[in-house]
Every structure is written in C-alpha cells, then in structure tokens.
Design a protein around this ligand. Structure first.
Ligand code: GLP
Length: 244
C-alpha cells in the first residue's frame, strides 16, 4: 500500500494496531504485538501514545516482543532498544512492564542460546504473535536478520553487516563504537506472526524496497522471504515506492 507520506501511513498502521487491541479487549483476550525499533516506526508509536492520551486506548491487555537488541548492550544506554522503546512508547502508556519483552543485551555469551529458546517459548505460550511490525535495513535485513539468514531461523545471536554498522554510526558517535553483534528474532519467528506489516519511508529505502518486493527470493536479501507469505503487507510512502 503506497501512501502520500510517512505521517498518513503511520496513522493508518497505528489504527490497525489500535483496532486489534480493542477487538481483543472486547473478547477479553491478549493482543500479542511484535515491535520494531529504528526511525521508521517512531510516528506509529507517537500516534499510539496520542490515542492512549486522547482516546483512552488502553494497553493493559497487550503483550509485546521486540525484534532485536544490540549485543552487548546495557539496558540503560542511550542506544539500547530498551531505552528506545521506553522513550517512544512504553513510558507514555499503561502497559504492564511484566508484559514487555526485549532481547537481553547484558547476558554472558554462554547464556544466550538458552535465553533465545526461552524467548521463542514465551511467544508461543501467549499463542504467538498477532501482528509483527517491521522496518527494513539497507542490507535487506528484517530485525537484524542480515544477508545469509536462513528462512527457518529462530531467535539467535548474529553478526551485524558492515553497512548496518555504518548506518548506526551516527547513534554511537562513530562506527567503531557500534556493537558487532545483536540478538534478533529469526525469519522463522517473524513468519509465524498471523499478520506482518513492513514499513519503509524515503528515497533512501527505494533500492532495497524494490529488491524486497520484486527481486528474486534469496537469503542475500532476507526481506525477499516475505514474498512467500500471504500475511504480509508492505506499507510505504511515495519516495520509498519510487523504484517499484
Ligand atoms: C535497525 C533495526 C531494524 C530496523 C532497521 C531500519 O537496524 N534493527 O529493525 O528496521 O535497522 O532502521 P530505520 O527504521 O532507522 O531505517
């Protein structure tokens, strides 16, 4: 779906999320959301905060699982995805902190494999993800599933691509400070979501969006795997869509 600009697109995505939350509330069920970080979803979160404050949208029945976190990363570091989610969403709404899940960037290396299995198990224990929100990196990554990721991959520790670390350099005051690794949900984890929305804005994303939507399905551009799913919608602005 191509929108005129990121603002109207973001409002539309936020409405979809709010509708899901409200319909689950009506049935006294839990809404299980897969959330993303980066610049792309910021306006979606801002709109959800507005809906909470002005329309009384409650998040009491919402459980969230974030896609990824840098490794190693302290939760209270300004660049952590914990800080990002707190600042952009969680501290402004009425979600129960016990319902928020973000991969733990502070674990010792030897504890990561068990943590990742437990992350998958927890998602399953809530009945799976109702809706997964995604951005896209210029390598074609979703979450931090860089080129070479397998379609059935689960939550795991990965090595970040050089281009991904360059794109993150501004947040870390130089590429040399960007962690070389991350913990990410896998392509297989994302695929199990009942609905997936990938968002992309701006000219900068146009070449990779073209590959993701129209390119050959390949692990070289992990987002191309989404072509295999019936439950995916690409929500983009005119600029990101300019090469389609
Ligand atoms: C980051 C995140 C991804 C995100 C992507 C794009 O590295 N791990 O989940 O989709 O890069 O970021 P942005 O939205 O800032 O362009």
């Amino acid at each position: 779906t191509i929108y005129d600009n990121p603002s109207v697109a973001s409002v539309a995505v936020a409405r979809r999320i709010a509708d899901l939350i409200r319909s689950k509330q009506d049935r006294q069920e839990t809404a299980v959301l897969g959330l993303a970080t980066g610049v792309t979803p910021i306006r979606v979160y801002a709109e959800l905060v507005r809906m909470h404050k002005e329309e009384g949208l409650s998040f009491k029945n919402v459980v969230t699982f974030n896609l990824d976190e840098y490794y190693p990363m302290n939760a209270d570091a300004p660049q952590s995805y914990v800080t990002f989610m707190q600042d952009n969403l969680f501290k402004h709404i009425d979600i129960d902190p016990a319902n928020v899940h973000i991969p733990d960037g502070t674990l010792p290396l030897e504890a990561i494999a068990d943590f990742c299995l437990e992350y998958e198990r927890k998602i399953t224990s809530y009945g799976g993800l109702d809706l997964q929100i995604l951005g896209i990196g210029r390598t074609g990554h979703i979450g931090f599933n860089e080129p070479g990721s397998a379609p059935n991959s689960g939550t795991r520790l990965v090595t970040l691509d050089d281009l991904t670390r360059s794109d993150a350099a501004r947040d870390f005051g130089g590429k040399e400070n960007v962690p070389t690794k991350a913990i990410t949900m896998g392509i297989g984890t994302i695929f199990k979501a009942r609905e997936i929305i990938l968002m992309a804005w701006s000219q900068k994303k146009a070449p990779i969006l073209k590959k993701a939507v129209e390119g050959e399905i390949s692990g070289e551009v992990p987002a191309t795997y989404l072509q295999l799913s019936d439950n995916v919608e690409f929500v983009v602005d005119q600029d990101a869509a300019s090469e389609l």
